[in-house]
Design a protein. Structure first.
Length: 514
């Protein structure tokens, strides 16, 4: 009943929906209660649009409400703009389900279109030929996982501490320039809801919910003697907190995937191979069978979404791709066969390039565990052709820093990831991966579940979300202007990134140091 009321209320709001036409540009749908008191004009910028390896020199960018409205040279800076407001037409809108963690997208018919004039102020921001670029998108991170290792989270953190730390981490991510975050497991739907409601500051989040993996896999955080969860039920803190879901059969995998979607996931994350920083699984482990992978894919596709899979070994990567997985996470054994199949399946890969850092052994989870250290060593040797193969085959590659840990360690890890990716794969490839490619990846969550459907993310173009950074210098030539750092663990602590002068998300300015 309450759900029905919510829908009716939204339909009432929709009856007031209006379309802005500024200076004869393309119309844009707008709710009446959100008419901006002013529009924002970035004057005199060079644009990295997320896709091109050349800056567009000497442009202006107009933002109306939360979208990029117009990109042109010499947009007038007069004090007020006449805005044509159109009421009516068919609208694509998001509604809440009965349980408000979830949202769904629907089309609503709204009568005949009528147009009237409104006046709004223009706020001119003189950018002095700085670079304007899309807000950064983390392609694979873990906001709720706040511990030095999986065992630390399992043994030492309760929900309260995790919640407080994850809120602070989300704010840090936004203030480091990340306006969108694909969370690849370990809760975050509640955090997303709180950020969207304006309770705390943070990026847009695409939650995956609990990692789904079999007993003894990279998703199994239990202590050595904790009874098996498939047989004895929910025993570990990881599963009680909703971070992990142990599933040893196709039926259980479907339960896990459905449970995640019920709780607000936008895609599903499975662990189809072993990993390095976990206790029981060799990285070579071929954890899920073809049938098991297909079970997760079947549920995700029923929601119009997709499955992302943690996969290191070639066998596991190929099996994932052949059974419908859309994004390969890590994918260290990437080669020509995988490249060919990825192309055929229109699939993506995100990889944490810091796996190739000379400082990798300093990660606490590796340093504190001789078994993980040995795994890391053998993995680095086995993955030696990765960089060369990526350069050769140029797959659709998304940036990821894969940070598990506290605020300070995640800042350092992300800064180093940006630097190393640019050094090994090039500035443009890295910048594309952290903007437009990750924008394409998050949109794989589909027309129904994608919570941010008003425009594309990760690009600067008319109609895109106004998620914008203004930076000193040109990141295509100098990756340090968006935070890239050669140092990792011995980097100095930092607050924000001084060369990022403006951070805008959804049309709202969170930082302006001009
Ligand atoms: Zn991860």
């Amino acid at each position: 009943m309450e759900g029905e009321f919510v829908v009716k209320k939204l339909l009432f709001v929709l009856s007031l929906l209006m379309t802005f036409v500024i200076m004869s540009t393309v119309p844009h749908v707008q709710a009446m209660d959100e008419i901006p008191s002013e529009v924002k004009l970035f004057k005199n910028v060079n644009i990295f649009d997320g896709k091109s390896d050349k800056l567009l020199m000497g442009y202006d960018v107009l933002v109306v409400r939360n979208l990029i409205k117009k990109i042109a040279r010499d947009i007038p800076t007069s004090a007020t703009y006449d805005v044509d407001v159109t009421i009516g037409g068919e609208k694509k809108v998001q509604v809440l389900s009965g349980y408000d963690s979830n949202t769904y997208t629907i089309y609503v018919k709204d009568g005949e279109a009528k147009t009237e004039k409104k006046q709004v102020k223009v706020n001119v921001i003189d950018c002095g030929s700085r670079t304007l670029m899309p807000g950064l998108i983390e392609g694979h991170g873990h906001l709720q996982m706040n511990g030095v290792s999986l065992a630390d989270i399992e043994n030492n953190r309760n929900w309260e501490e995790l919640a407080v730390r994850s809120a602070a981490k989300a704010k840090m991510a936004l203030m480091s320039g990340f306006t969108t975050w694909r969370d690849m497991g370990g809760m975050s739907a509640g955090l997303k809801k709180s950020i969207d409601a304006g309770v705390v500051d943070g990026p847009r989040i695409y939650p995956s919910g609990a990692f789904i993996g079999p007993t003894g896999s990279h998703a199994d955080f239990r202590n050595f003697t904790t009874p098996n969860e498939t047989v004895y039920g929910c025993n570990s803190a990881g599963s009680r907190l909703g971070m992990t879901f142990t599933a040893d059969s196709t039926d259980m995998i479907k339960v896990g995937a459905r449970q995640n979607f019920m709780q607000g996931a936008t895609q599903i994350k499975i662990m189809s191979s072993g990993g390095v920083a976990s206790a029981f699984d060799p990285w070579q482990l071929d954890a899920y069978s073809a049938e098991e992978i297909r079970a997760a894919v079947e549920v995700a596709e029923a929601y119009g979404s997709y499955v992302a899979s943690h996969a290191y070994s070639k066998k596991s990567i190929l099996r994932c791709l052949n059974n419908g997985v859309k994004t390969i996470e890590h994918g260290f054994m990437f080669d020509g066969d995988i490249a060919k199949l990825m192309k055929k399946k229109d699939a993506y890969m995100t990889t944490n390039i810091h796996a190739f850092s000379p400082y990798l052994g300093e990660i606490e989870a590796i340093k504190s565990s001789p078994a993980s250290a040995r795994k890391a060593e053998s993995a680095q040797a086995a993955f030696k052709n990765y960089i060369e193969n990526v350069k050769k085959y140029q797959p659709k590659f998304g940036f990821q820093a894969d940070c598990v840990g506290g605020i300070d360690s995640c800042k350092k890890q992300t800064d180093h990831e940006i630097y190393l990716s640019a050094k090994l794969l090039g500035n443009f490839y890295t910048l594309k991966s952290i903007t437009s490619v990750n924008g394409e990846i998050v949109a794989l969550s589909g027309d129904v579940l994608n919570p941010y459907f008003e425009g594309p993310l990760g690009v600067v173009e008319e109609g895109a979300y106004a998620d914008i950074l203004l930076v000193d210098g040109n990141p295509l030539e100098d990756i340090t202007v968006i935070g890239g750092s050669e140092k990792w663990f011995d980097a100095s602590p930092r607050d924000g990134i001084d060369t990022i002068r403006i951070i805008m998300k959804d049309g709202k300015i969170y930082k302006n140091s001009l």
